[in-house]
Ligand binder design. Structure first.
Ligand code: URA
Length: 433
C-alpha cells in the first residue's frame, strides 16, 4: 500500500477501506508516514468527507493506536462525560462530584485547554497542591474509594489523535464533522468507560455554529459509541452566549462551587441536571431521567455534592479549604465594571469574542507553552433577554495589566448588541439523542 495512492483516492471522492485507514493511522503514529502526506489527506477528507463506515474505522484505528485503559478494577458501571467545548464551560467541576455523590463511579480523563480559558485540569490546579499527574493505579483506587477521579490524559491514550489533532490545528482542517467525531470518540473509547454522555454545543461560541450541524455531530458520535458497545447519549446545548456568568479559571471554579451550594446560574444548573440525570441512567442508578434529576437535585440541596467535591479535591492533594472559602482564592490586581453604553434589551452576545477577551487578559493559552493567569477573566451580569439601562453594569472584568484590560473591554463592548424592543430568551437545551 502507498500513502500517495490513498491520498489520490480520497482526493477523487472515493471511500477508504478498513485496511487502508489502519495502514494510514498506524504508519502516521509510527512516524513512517510524514506530516506533509497526512496534511494532504486531512485536506482531502475535509473537502470530500468520510462516510459513516470510514468514520467508525478511523475512530477505531485511533483508539487502538495506544493503550486501551482497563477500568475493570472499578466496581460498578463507569460513566464518562465529554463536552465539545465553549466559553465559560466549567461543567465537569460541578457535574462529576454531583453524580459521584449519588453513587456513580466517575473515572475521567481531561485535557488542558488551548483557547479562551484553561481546560478542566488548569481550573482544578487553582487549588494549591492539586495534582492530575496520578498513575492509573492511583486513579482506579481513588474512583473506588471516593467515587470520582480526574487525571491528565496520558501520552499513550490515542496517540494517533494527539499527533493528528496537532497537525489539523495548523492546517485549517479541524472543523470537519467526521474528523471531530472520530477525534473525540477515539479518546473516549480508549479511556475505558462503559457509558459516555456527550455535551455537544451549538452557537457562536461553539465549533458547530448551527443547530443542524450540532445534531449531525451528536448523531455521528452516538452512532460510533453505540457501535462500539458503549451506552452513549448526547445533549445538544446552547453556546450562543457564555455558559453561566463567569469566564476565566478561578472565576469559573468559584461559580462551580456556588452551583454546588445551590446558588448557580439557571442555565448552568440546568445543564448539570440534564447531563447528570443521563449519567445516572447510563450508570443504571436511575430508572429514567426524571428519577436521575431528582437524585441530582437532592445531592445539591443536601450538601452531599459539595462535600464530595471537597473530598475529591483533597484526595488529589488539593487544599480543600478553598471549597469552603472560595472568596480566598487569589484575585486579579484590577477589578472594574464595564457599563452598558445604551438602554434596551440584550439581543445578542458574540460568544467567541467574550472568550477572546479572556484570552487577551491572559486566561487562556495561545500556544502549548503559554502560561495561564488563573486570576483573570470576566463575570457577566447581563445576558440575552435581560433589560439594561445606560450605565448599568454589563460585566466585571478582572485583569492584571491595564493595557490588556482596555483592549479586552473594547472588544467586549463590540460583542454585545442591545436592541430597543424586548428579546425572547431561547431554550437552552436543544435536544437529547
Ligand atoms: N476536540 C477534540 O478532541 N477533537 C476535535 O477534533 C475537536 C475538538
Amino acid at each position: 500500500m502507498r500513502m500517495y495512492d490513498l491520498i489520490m483516492k480520497k482526493r477523487n471522492g472515493e471511500s477508504l477501506s478498513k485496511e487502508e485507514i489502519q495502514y494510514m493511522v498506524q504508519g502516521f503514529t509510527k512516524g513512517e508516514i510524514p506530516d506533509y502526506q497526512m496534511s494532504a489527506m486531512m485536506m482531502a477528507i475535509y473537502f470530500q468527507g468520510m462516510n459513516e463506515e470510514e468514520t467508525v474505522e478511523l475512530t477505531m484505528a485511533m483508539a487502538h493506536s495506544g493503550e486501551m485503559l482497563d477500568l475493570s478494577g472499578i466496581e460498578g458501571r463507569k460513566v464518562d462525560k465529554h463536552s465539545t467545548g465553549g466559553v465559560g464551560d466549567k461543567t465537569s467541576l460541578t457535574l462529576t462530584p454531583m453524580v459521584a455523590a449519588c453513587g456513580l463511579k466517575v473515572a475521567k480523563m481531561s485535557g488542558r485547554g488551548l483557547g479562551h480559558t484553561g481546560g478542566t485540569i488548569d481550573k482544578l490546579e487553582s487549588f494549591p497542591g492539586f495534582s492530575t499527574g496520578i498513575d492509573t493505579d492511583q486513579f482506579i483506587n481513588q474512583v473506588n474509594k471516593v467515587g470520582v477521579a480526574i487525571m491528565g490524559q496520558t501520552a499513550d491514550l490515542a496517540p494517533a489523535d494527539k499527533k493528528l489533532y496537532a497537525l489539523r490545528d495548523v492546517t485549517a482542517t479541524v472543523d470537519n464533522m467526521s474528523l471531530i467525531a472520530s477525534s473525540i470518540m477515539s479518546k473516549k473509547l480508549a479511556a475505558g468507560a462503559d457509558a459516555i454522555v456527550l455535551d455537544v454545543k451549538t452557537g457562536s461560541g461553539a465549533f458547530m455554529k448551527s443547530e443542524e450541524d450540532a445534531f449531525a455531530l451528536a448523531k455521528e458520535m452516538t452512532g460510533i459509541g453505540r457501535g462500539a458497545g458503549r451506552d452513549t447519549y448526547a445533549v445538544i446545548s446552547d453556546m450562543d452566549q457564555p455558559l453561566g456568568y463567569a469566564v476565566g479559571n478561578i472565576l469559573e471554579v468559584q461559580e462551580a462551587i456556588e452551583t454546588l451550594r445551590g446558588n448557580g446560574p439557571e442555565d448552568f444548573y440546568e445543564l448539570c441536571l440534564t447531563l447528570g440525570s443521563l449519567m445516572l441512567v447510563a450508570g443504571h442508578l436511575a430508572k429514567d431521567k426524571e428519577e436521575g434529576r431528582k437524585m441530582c437535585e437532592e445531592s445539591i440541596s443536601s450538601g452531599k455534592a459539595l462535600a464530595k467535591f471537597k473530598e475529591f479535591v483533597e484526595a488529589q492533594g488539593g487544599d480543600g479549604r478553598f471549597v469552603d472559602h472560595p472568596e480566598e482564592f487569589p484575585k486579579a490586581k484590577i477589578i472594574e465594571e464595564i457599563k452598558a453604553p445604551k438602554s434596551g434589551c440584550i439581543e445578542h452576545i458574540e460568544c467567541d469574542e467574550i472568550g477572546i477577551c479572556s484570552l487577551i487578559l491572559g486566561g487562556g493559552r495561545e500556544t502549548k507553552e503559554s502560561e495561564i493567569d488563573l486570576t483573570v477573566g470576566l463575570v457577566l451580569t447581563k445576558k440575552v433577554g435581560d433589560q439594561v439601562k445606560e450605565g448599568d453594569t454589563l460585566a466585571v472584568i478582572h485583569a492584571n495589566d491595564r493595557e490588556k484590560l482596555e483592549t479586552a473591554k473594547e472588544r467586549f463592548l463590540k460583542a454585545y448588541t442591545i436592541a430597543d424592543a424586548p428579546v425572547e430568551k431561547k431554550p437552552f437545551i436543544k435536544g437529547i439523542l
